[in-house]
Design a protein. Sequence first.
Length: 179
Amino acid sequence: MSRIGRRPVAIPEKVSVESAPGEVRVRGPRGELVVRLPAAVRVEVATGAVRVARENEKRQTRALHGLVRAQVANMVRGVTQGFRRDLEIEGVGYRAEADKKKLTLVIGFSHPVQLAIPDGLSVQVEANTKIRVEGTDREQVGQFAANVRAVRPPEPYKGKGIRYAGERVRRKVGKAGTA
């Protein structure tokens, strides 16, 4: 039995969880999230907790058991607290600007890079070098942050680029001088 899959997910106040065939819907103060369920996994909503059960003991079903439980737990946390990912821009002249629909990055290319902000996410830029991505869907927040970082990942010689807050970049030694 999956150790993660068999743990119940507590339902806080102001959150409602509905299980329909093939999907789970979670509503809370920050919004509503829906996830599709695999056929071999079912979600049972009891008073104050959600339990995930599987139909058989196949390897794929056992893997999906823990996955679905983690998704439901992330949905409950997302509609109550939300998720946040912070990024930092390192480099002379590198900066970012955000408005409601797009994030503009000036990061050493011949043109500014513009990224459309997906619905359900909010992006704030502080001091032109700190980007904060917030939303209710953990997967969407993480994917957008990864897309922003992929525009100019940190390089190992000077450390310039976009990195996650607190990320350590392994630095390399430059060319050795000839004597």
